[in-house]
Design a protein around this ligand. Structure first.
Ligand code: NAP
Ligand code: GDD
Length: 329
């Protein structure tokens, strides 16, 4: 086979940037779906940060617009399709439940249909989520743990997940679903708790603010690095047989401890700066997520390479640099 072509939806997001870099480094021709925005100057900020802007062919499109998706797929003729686009912020999904359903749930069905119509031989990756475990039914979650979604986002992801399984079983699609636990990086959106913390810590260290308002400090997550997790996505599509995999570190940590680590990295104490604000609490909480990545290790040879301590340090350092240079992301 000549050069492999990949199409990434959500290419402007955190994972889209890391996956683009991984695929370009392996010699892929990378195409991305670009949602039209009036703020053209910021749309490829992450791709610039990671050094791949200009190396990717961007195509106008939206996950809610099936005919546009079919056209893009007809044009690109991808060997691999990575469906990463979503309304991905859980808290917003209570404010915009129908939009979240349309984009995060039905959008995946649109992508599956576009592939079925225009490129049924391509391999398909669906960005499923540990949020689908919600009110956890087992203390450590694996591929066989029952789901119990706790947000409109999780309900939408569950629909997308089962549609991916169904297209595999109905039409013989090479469609795999990665049940990824939380993964972070300097490219994480500012509204997510880890980045909110590292940005806040950097601002406090630089004397730009004194307090950081957070919500539930007792929530516990299995946090890894996005750079490691996109490798698992790619590995899934290189297997002869499609399947579903949990991708996690196997270590879970409370928000409070993440926060302590981030403040300690710059020689500060969180109790002097963190205040709890009810506005950041959720109508229904996912108290704890803790993944078992044994299947990914055994079948894909994948393991998380970055420790939580390394992740925190990298994020805080990146935010310090960004704020000193007055860069926005
Ligand atoms: P992200 O940074 O929020 O990126 C989301 C991407 O989706 C952005 O490129 C966004 O475009 C795009 N998008 C949103 N609505 C769209 C629409 N209607 N049509 C086309 N594109 C649209 O998310 P991420 O952290 O990279 O996560 C990637 C995927 O993995 C998401 O599906 C997320 O739900 C899932 N996931 C993430 C994690 C995690 O911990 N990060 C864990 C499990 C699963 P704009 O740039 O225009 O907004
Ligand atoms: N965002 C945010 N802001 N979360 C806070 C805050 C705060 O000020 N204070 C406490 N938290 C708690 C939330 O209540 C939640 O329990 C936890 O921190 C993590 O919140 P987020 O970082 O917003 O991520 P998430 O776990 O809800 O969702 C992320 O991970 C999912 C995978 O499990 C997103 O990336 C989803 O798209 C992804 O599917």
């Amino acid at each position: 086979m000549g050069t492999k072509r990949a199409l990434i939806t959500g290419v402007t997001g955190q994972d889209g940037a890391y996956l683009s870099k991984l695929l370009l480094d392996q010699g892929y021709e990378v195409h991305g779906l670009l949602r039209r925005s009036a703020s053209a100057d910021v749309i490829d900020a992450r791709l610039k940060w990671i050094g791949v802007a200009g190396k990717i062919t961007l195509h106008d499109g939206n996950l809610t617009d099936l005919s546009g998706l079919i056209r893009v797929i007809q044009e690109v003729r991808p060997h691999e399709v990575y469906n990463l686009a979503a309304q991905s912020f859980v808290k917003s999904s209570w404010q915009q439940p129908l939009l979240t359903g349309n984009v995060t749930g039905m959008g995946a069905a649109n992508m599956l249909e576009a592939v079925r119509i225009a490129a049924p031989e391509s391999r398909f990756y669906q960005a499923s989520s540990s949020e689908m475990y919600g009110l956890i039914q087992e203390p450590i979650q694996s591929e066989t743990t029952p789901f119990y979604p706790r947000s409109p986002y999780a309900a939408a992801k569950l629909y997308a997940h089962w549609m991916t399984v169904n297209y595999r079983e109905s039409f013989g699609f090479h469609a795999s679903s990665g049940i990824l636990f939380n993964h972070e990086s300097p490219l994480r959106g500012i509204e997510f708790v880890t980045r909110k913390i590292t940005d806040g810590v950097a601002r406090i260290k630089l004397g730009m603010q004194d307090k950081l308002a957070l919500g539930n400090l007792d929530a516990t997550r299995d946090w890894g690095h996005a750079r490691d997790y996109v490798k698992a996505m790619w590995l899934m599509l290189q297997q002869d047989t499609p399947d579903d995999y949990v991708v996690a570190t196997g270590r879970t940590t409370p928000v409070r401890e993440f926060c302590e680590l981030a403040f300690a990295h710059v020689g500060l104490k969180m109790e002097n700066h963190v205040v709890v604000d009810e506005r950041y609490l959720r109508p229904a909480e996912v108290d704890v997520l803790h993944g078992n990545p044994a299947k990914a290790k055994q079948k894909l040879g994948w393991v998380a390479e970055t420790s939580l301590e390394q992740l925190v340090a990298e994020m805080v350092e990146a935010d310090l640099v960004r704020l000193k240079r007055q860069e926005h992301l």
